[in-house]
Design a protein around this ligand. Sequence first.
Ligand SMILES: Nc1nc2c(c(=O)[nH]1)N[C@@H](CN(C=O)c1ccc(C(=O)N[C@@H](CCC(=O)O)C(=O)O)cc1)CN2
Length: 281
Amino acid sequence: MTRHFTLTLDCPERAGIVHAVTSFLVDHGCDIVEHQQFDDDVRSRLFLRTAFTCATADVDDLTREFAAVATEFEMEFDLWDERPTRILVMVSKAGHCLNDLLFRWRAGSLGGEIAAVVSNHEDLRPMAEAAGLDFVHVPNTADTKQVAERRLLELVEEYQADLVVLARYMQVLSNDLCAKLAGRVINIHHSFLPGFKGAKPYHQAYDRGVKYVGATAHYVTPDLDEGPIIEQEVLRVDHTFDPRALTSVGRDAEALALSRAVRWHCEHRVLPNGNGTVVFR
Ligand SMILES: Nc1nc2c(c(=O)[nH]1)N[C@@H](CN(C=O)c1ccc(C(=O)N[C@@H](CCC(=O)O)C(=O)O)cc1)CN2
């Protein structure tokens, strides 16, 4: 049976990297179906994503055997087979991002499998359960944050989640939780970062009189709204938009930016690069 694999890597820039990768794949009877690379001349690093098929190998064998190439070229690499990324979606009260993720998941265009929905409020239980998903209520206040975060880690294990998506989840994750889930949490911030950080960006945008509003999907780090950006979306507004209207038009930008970022992450198209990302769209 022909199986599908994806290889991503980054390493110091030098000659012979692509030749080494493609020779390894040919020697193992693999057929490249998509290849993208980026030479970062600022950091002198090469970033590469290759999708390929192979009828004989499995991901553990390929990973073990590719290690020799990786060592020779000082590569950071990952290899995946076609097992879909399992996603835990976290929400608070706003449902527009969850609604968009559920639609794309059911349409088969999200790139991953939603395993369950977790929330610090009950508001979105009907939407999740209507989609046939478990909905887990985990209250999270200043007094219960440690208990809530221990429960969240249990749920990540219980649902075997590879990725946690904060789909307008309005609680700040602790440094400890961010460390335990490093690179596995994507948040949608409802502004065009680095502008208007925090919980109420549309009011800040209104006070500033901006002509565009936007949204930013980024990996979560302990530094609020500072994580590596994956995708951004903007929409034109004008003086007639009050905070309510800005919030309304912003929902579209949030849902679009987040769903794209989740799909690209699940398709292994996003490679960290310093405090940024390389995205092989
Ligand atoms: N460690 C991180 N945790 C979270 C991030 C992040 O970037 N790093 N992003 C937030 C989402 N968010 C903005 O995008 C955000 C959410 C909440 C707040 C905030 O100040 N929350 C208050 C409580 C507000 C409430 O209860 O409604 C708080 O936590 O005290 C700021 C920004 C998700 N988590």
